[in-house]
Design a protein around this ligand. Structure first.
Ligand SMILES: [Zn+2]
Length: 383
């Protein structure tokens, strides 16, 4: 049993009442601003705490949908391993390789839950806007369930991602503009045709799906909470989802503390880092970074991302494109993991602060997408 609660006003809704933003707070939202009235999925945490057996954990207690709605398309359960190379100076460093999801990115976690939701609602089409990874994830998950994916994508999205989504049978509509323009176009389409919209954070289950990465990190560390998790941040949804996963564990009284979440942003796309520092939100007029997956003018989930860092007593780090490419090469050459530039940003962020972290700290570097997603960017790392 799960329902929705507005992260702004606290109003509660059933999944039958609403799918998207809080009907009250969402009225104040206009395209070009971070989303307002984003809903969170909440559970009867007392019941979960009673039912959860640490010796024989049932993670489905933290899922809003019954397993019967999911297509046969395994997502998640990606490897977490300790890196000897990065575990220097008394640190204990783990790599969570989410590039090994079926479509090559963490976004599969959100898309598979959205496909399950579409099946529950009896809908045959899901629409989304994406710079690439969410779209190719949706295309793959929809193909597995044989429902239609309609995708608005900026013309600048990397070629491999566009080919991937088309090959999976999606309707791909290239938008002459950036992610924000694609986002607006997808909302108009949803209003016109009544399909299910998968835009990140706009639909609360996108956050809920991605939260599974946090549950897995906890489980794979032997039901321990790491001290720091380094998360690449663009629109702010993944870091909010990592926060939500650990918050659910805390609410069910299975853990006593939260990990410090480190928001790693590209220097040229740092709206959330600026928001954390100044307390005031400003869009980045011209985002510019080689890490396309985290290049965002207006982060849709800026408010929750800020909460995630503040409430976990985390911090933000900015990294240059040069540092991202160096980290991409370092990660590949020293661990064998080929991450895309956005994923390598987590490693670059770790490299910036590693000497300041307390000895004995356990750190997780979240690798959010596979390097083959953007081979042209990777070629720059060889120069
Ligand atoms: Zn509200």
């Amino acid at each position: 049993m799960a329902w929705y609660r507005c992260t702004l006003c606290g109003a509660e809704y059933s999944a039958a009442e609403t799918h998207y933003l809080c009907p009250l707070c969402g009225q104040d939202w206009h395209p070009g601003q971070p989303l307002k009235g984003v809903l969170e999925t909440v559970y009867d945490y007392e019941a979960i705490g009673r039912q959860f057996d640490p010796q024989n954990p049932d993670w489905s207690l933290f899922s809003p949908l019954d397993a019967s709605w999911f297509p046969a398309f395994p997502v998640g359960k990606t490897p977490l391993f300790r890196s000897d190379y990065f575990s220097q100076n008394g640190l204990d460093v783990w790599i969570k390789n989410d590039g090994l999801n079926p479509s090559g990115s963490l976004k599969d976690r959100a898309s598979i839950l959205m496909v399950a939701e579409a099946r529950r609602l009896g809908l045959q089409e899901i629409v989304c806007a994406s710079t690439g990874n969410a779209a190719s994830a949706l295309a793959a998950c929809c193909a597995a369930a044989q429902i239609t994916a309609t995708i608005f994508v900026p013309a600048s999205a990397p070629r491999a991602k566009r080919i991937q989504m088309k090959l999976c049978g999606a309707n791909v509509i290239e938008v002459d503009g950036d992610y924000d323009a694609a986002f607006d176009a997808s909302i108009q389409y949803t209003k016109q045709y009544g399909t299910l919209n998968r835009n990140t954070a706009y639909h609360p289950l996108t956050i809920e799906g991605k939260k599974t990465v946090a549950l897995e990190i906890y489980a794979q560390l032997g039901q321990r909470v790491p001290d720091f998790i380094f998360v690449p941040v663009g629109d702010g949804v993944i870091i909010s989802a990592v926060f939500k996963g650990f918050l659910d564990l805390l609410r069910a009284q299975l853990i006593q503390r939260l990990p410090h979440l480190v928001c790693v942003q590209a220097e040229g796309s740092d709206a959330i880092a600026q928001f954390l520092e100044s307390g005031e939100f400003h869009a980045v007029a011209q985002p510019s970074t080689i890490a396309d997956s985290i290049s965002v003018k207006v982060p849709s989930n800026a408010y929750l991302a800020r909460d995630a860092v503040v409430q976990t007593r985390g911090f933000s780090v900015r990294v240059s494109d040069k540092a991202i490419l160096a980290a991409q090469r370092e990660l590949a050459a020293k661990t064998g993991v080929f991450g895309e530039p956005a994923a390598a940003a987590a490693v670059a962020g770790f490299d910036v602060v590693k000497e300041k972290l307390p000895a004995g700290s356990s750190c997780v570097l979240l690798i959010t997408g596979h390097g083959l997603k953007d081979i042209d960017a990777a070629a720059n790392a060889l120069i």
